[in-house]
Ligand binder design. Structure first.
Ligand SMILES: Nc1ncnc2c1ncn2[C@@H]1O[C@H](COP(=O)(O)OP(=O)(O)O)[C@@H](O)[C@H]1O
Ligand SMILES: Cc1ncsc1CCOP(=O)(O)O
Ligand SMILES: [Mg+2]
Length: 264
């Protein structure tokens, strides 16, 4: 774990370019900003090349796409590959909606990604493992979650960050489990989207070590959620406010003091 990268991120203030969903776009922008990155959102295909050129990492969210947005995502993915900019993909609800799965699989052929960040329902769908996803949520299943994450990592030659009560990060061989977090994440719509963009911010300062970027982002975000939950938190409203404050305030030493993770 490279918790020192949180300080590096705050020093470097990397630009993270996002194609977001319309539901959580503001959570994503404010989350990145609070942590110390510089968010920028785009909805116009004509500006893609210029946007990619000023960015240090790209987060592509499939939460509310249209055909027009898919063309934009494809172009951004291809321009980012050409510019050697890391891409983090969030395959929202591909476990629940077959059209989303088909679209995500096509995009994964059109360009390559550094990291896929999804919940167990989404990763199971990409692995073709049996699972009952529920809308945007993970749902339930008894497939071996570590195996399915490894399968997807090998299939798409990328890092998988599968989030949930325990987050699993794998490159297909190595696996880290991060046990930090709070149940309150599950009642805040956008927790996963924020994490995806934050993986982008860590990828931007990682000099190409995307496994390290994904596992450090997972630990930082989950531990910050834990700190937020401890601070006079009574429900989703106060959690959202506290989460934003802790993204801004939390120091790497505080995260290190509560870090709970293992290499499997
Ligand atoms: N039951 C839980 N207990 C603790 N942390 C959780 C729980 N569920 C999700 N998280 C945390 O919430 C964050 C977002 O992940 P997740 O909820 O899986 O994404 P999504 O919103 O895409 O389903 C991650 O940091 C994850 O560790
Ligand atoms: C509710 C909803 N509908 C489409 S995208 C979206 C937000 C998903 O956010 P997250 O996966 O981070 O909870
Ligand atoms: Mg999600």
């Amino acid at each position: 774990m490279k918790l020192a990268w949180l300080d590096k991120l705050r020093e470097q203030n990397p630009v993270v370019l996002n194609i977001s969903n319309f539901v959580t776009v503001q959570d994503v922008a404010n989350g990145l900003n609070a942590l110390g990155a510089s968010p920028i959102m785009s909805e116009e295909i004509a500006e893609t090349k210029e946007m990619v050129a000023i960015s240090d990492a790209i987060a592509l969210n499939l939460g509310s796409f249209t055909q027009t947005q898919i063309a934009h995502i494809k172009k951004m993915g291809q321009e980012a590959n050409f510019a050697h900019n890391p891409i983090v993909l969030d395959p929202v609800a591909v476990g629940a909606i077959s059209y989303r799965k088909q679209t995500a699989l096509q995009l994964l052929q059109d360009f390559s990604v550094a990291v896929i960040r999804g919940n167990a329902g989404e990763i199971a769908a990409l692995a073709n493992f049996s699972w009952q996803a529920k809308g945007i949520d993970a749902g339930f299943g008894d497939s071996n979650v570590v195996e399915m994450a490894k399968v997807v990592a090998k299939k798409f030659h990328c890092i998988i960050l599968m989030s949930g009560k325990t987050d699993y990060i794998t490159d297909g061989n190595r696996v880290t489990a991060v046990h930090n977090g709070t149940k309150l994440f599950a009642i805040h719509v956008g927790s996963g989207d924020m994490l995806t963009s934050i993986v982008g911010a860590f990828a931007a300062v990682s000099k190409g070590d995307y496994f390290e970027a994904a596992q450090t982002a997972a630990l930082v975000f989950a531990a910050i959620g834990e700190l937020a939950a401890k601070d006079k938190c009574i429900g989703p409203g106060s959690f959202t406010v506290n989460l934003l404050d802790q993204l801004f305030l939390a120091e790497s030493q505080q995260i290190s003091a509560i870090a709970d993770y293992e290499e499997l």
